[in-house]
Structures are given as C-alpha cells and as structure tokens.
Design a protein around this ligand. Structure first.
Ligand SMILES: Nc1ncnc2c1ncn2[C@@H]1O[C@H](COP(=O)(O)OP(=O)(O)OP(=O)(O)O)[C@@H](O)[C@H]1O
Length: 322
C-alpha cells in the first residue's frame, strides 16, 4: 500500500520528474540513477538504442509498474495514483485495439472507460478526418487507420500527458507524415505534453522541442532541443601537426573520427569556438547530435537548466558522468 504524495507546486508545471530513479529486473538494472525534469506542454522525443530503458520509463510513468529505487512523479503525483492515471494517455507500440469491435464500439468503450472526462466529439473528429467508416471493424483497418483510431482513443481521454511508444514504426512515409501532423495539431490545440519514443531520428526534427536521451539505463541528454544543439559544434578539418594547438583543445569531445589527416568531431563547447585556417565549425542538426550521443554512451551527460531537477542543486555534466 502506498500513500499518494502530491506536490502542488509541480502540478501544472512539471509533467515528469525523476529523482534517483531505478528499475531492476531479474537480469539487472533497466534504469539506474535517472534524474531529469520534463516541463509541461513540451513535445519530447525519447531516444536511445535498443534496451536503453525507454519502454521501462513509460511503464513507470503510466503506473503499470513501480520503481525499484528513487521516485518518478507525474504532474507532482505518484503515477500509480488515480489522479495521474486519469492524466496520462498511453499508446503502446502494438496499438492494442479489439479487432472485432467496430470504430463506433471502440469509441463507445473509450467513453465508458473514461466517464465524464471523455471527449466524444474530439475523438469522432479525428476518426472522421481520416475518412474511416464508423461501421468498420478495428481488425479490418490499415496500419495508418489503426494508428488514427488509437490516437482518437488517446485524445478522447483528454490526457494532460500522452506517452507514445514508437507510434509510427509500422507506417509508410506518407501516413507517418499525416499522423505526425495530426499529433502535433492535437497536442498544440490541447496543450498536451507528449513523450514520443522513436528510432527514426529524422522524425523528431521539426516535431520535438524537447529531448530525453537514454543509454544503458541512464540519462545522457535532456532539455530543449535547440539549446542542446546550440551547446555543440561540429568541427571538421585537418589535424594539427607538430604539437600545435588544435580546435578541440579545451572542449568536451563527444565523438570524433579521423581519416588520414582529416577529422570530424562533435564537441560540447566550453568556450567560444571559431573557424580556423584548417577547420570549419557548424551547428549540428538534431539528428547529428543524437547520433553522436547514441554512438558514445560514455560521453558526459548534459541536462539544460529546465531539465535539471531542483534548480538549487543544479547537476553538472560530471555528476551525471559518474
Ligand atoms: N518485463 C521485463 N522483464 C525483464 N526484463 C525486462 C523487462 N522489460 C524490459 N526488460 C529489460 O530491461 C532493459 C530495458 O528494456 P526496455 O524495453 O525498457 O528498452 P527500450 O529502450 O524500450 O528498448 P527498445 O528500443 O528495444 O524497445 C532491457 O535489457 C530489457 O531486456
């Protein structure tokens, strides 16, 4: 039996806050010492290699399972509490729908499960916008139509936060684009916080304004996407010779590759970094930044101020690297 703790200061402002969060399965820790904040109203890309702990984090946030260590709070409350369960919508990778139920029956089920919270007209509008026949059985729908119906169920619940586990994985590029537009429009209209896990990094650019990167169960990057990109530079050029100072000196190198005398590096700037006679400096795209961190799980972690729990104990990258 647990007592539902609730911090009213976080209720509307912080969608997710983890402190010392860990989840242990029989074979080991799936999440370890995770500490981050996700401010409300963001569209957050949740990224990490296979086995990084993304689905585990989602199952903790939906209250399906509890942490083995530390805490995770949803809008200031325990995710297993009735309040948080009402506030969180979840779309699992498998998009579970009852294949024998028609679209109308599926929405009726949504209404019955969610009671007064349910927004029938919103759910119907999402279905109608995709020209899905209300009499069709869920089992007969295409992948894109199933995703649309599942999103209608999610948004009909009027969640404050929506957790989407690889929602576009089985969709063709056109339907993917259509579903992304639908998702963004619905989230913008309702102010819903969205956490979306994906392995398709290009999908995140222009969609997510916040990033949470996990590797080996730990937080590697968290914060505003543009702030994280701005903190880094891609440096390309010729390696300095004869002990001459190089462009990377004094900066944190996240990843570097060399080919002959040429190098390319992703660095976290610790000071201004200007182009030089033998190197160029560019701002990385979101995809380049994410790829560099995914390929370098031991690079020191970085959290922006808004992603750092308890501003009074601002965590440094070294704390996270430990
Ligand atoms: N129910 C479970 N029982 C035991 N181990 C589990 C369970 N769920 C996840 N794990 C383990 O926890 C680790 C993290 O898994 P998780 O599914 O959270 O990662 P993920 O980032 O979602 O991976 P993917 O991208 O492949 O979906 C993995 O080592 C996985 O084998």
């Amino acid at each position: 039996m647990y007592t539902e703790q609730f911090d009213p200061a976080d209720a509307g402002l912080v969608a997710l806050e983890a402190a010392g969060l860990g989840k242990r399965y029989r074979r080991g820790w799936a999440l370890k010492e995770c500490a981050f904040r996700l401010p409300a109203g963001r569209i957050c890309g949740l990224v990490g290699p296979n086995g990084a702990g993304k689905s585990t984090l989602m199952s903790l946030a939906t209250g399906v399972s509890g942490p083995s260590a530390g805490t995770l709070r949803v809008f200031g409350g325990d995710p297993r509490g009735a309040r948080a369960r009402r506030q969180v919508g979840h779309l699992a990778q498998s998009k579970p729908l009852y294949p024998r139920l028609t679209v109308t029956d599926t929405l009726r089920m949504g209404r019955e499960l969610n009671g007064a919270e349910w927004d029938q007209s919103r759910a119907e509008a999402i279905v109608r916008a995709g020209d899905i026949p209300f009499g069709a059985r869920a089992g007969s729908l295409s992948g894109g139509q199933r995703t649309r119906l599942a999103l209608a169920l999610c948004f009909g619940k009027r969640p404050s936060m929506l957790l989407l586990d690889e929602p576009m994985a089985d969709l063709d590029p056109l339907v993917r684009h259509e579903m992304t537009s639908l998702l963004m429009a619905e989230a913008a209209e309702s102010g819903t916080t969205v956490v979306m896990s994906t392995h398709t990094l290009a999908e995140l650019e222009g969609v997510c304004d916040y990033l949470l990167v996990l590797a080996e169960g730990r937080v590697r990057l968290a914060g505003e996407a543009d702030e994280l990109a701005w903190a880094h530079s891609m440096v390309t050029g010729a390696l300095p010779g004869d002990g001459a100072p190089g462009p990377l000196d004094g900066h944190t190198v996240v990843e570097s590759t060399t080919s002959g005398r040429q190098f390319t590096a992703m660095v976290r700037r610790e000071a201004p970094l200007a182009p030089g006679p033998t190197w160029t400096v560019t701002e990385p795209s979101m995809e380049q930044l994410l790829l560099a961190y995914l390929r370098s799980p031991n690079a020191p972690a970085l959290l922006t101020a808004s992603a750092t729990p308890h501003a009074s104990t601002h965590l440094t990258s070294k704390d996270h690297a430990a």
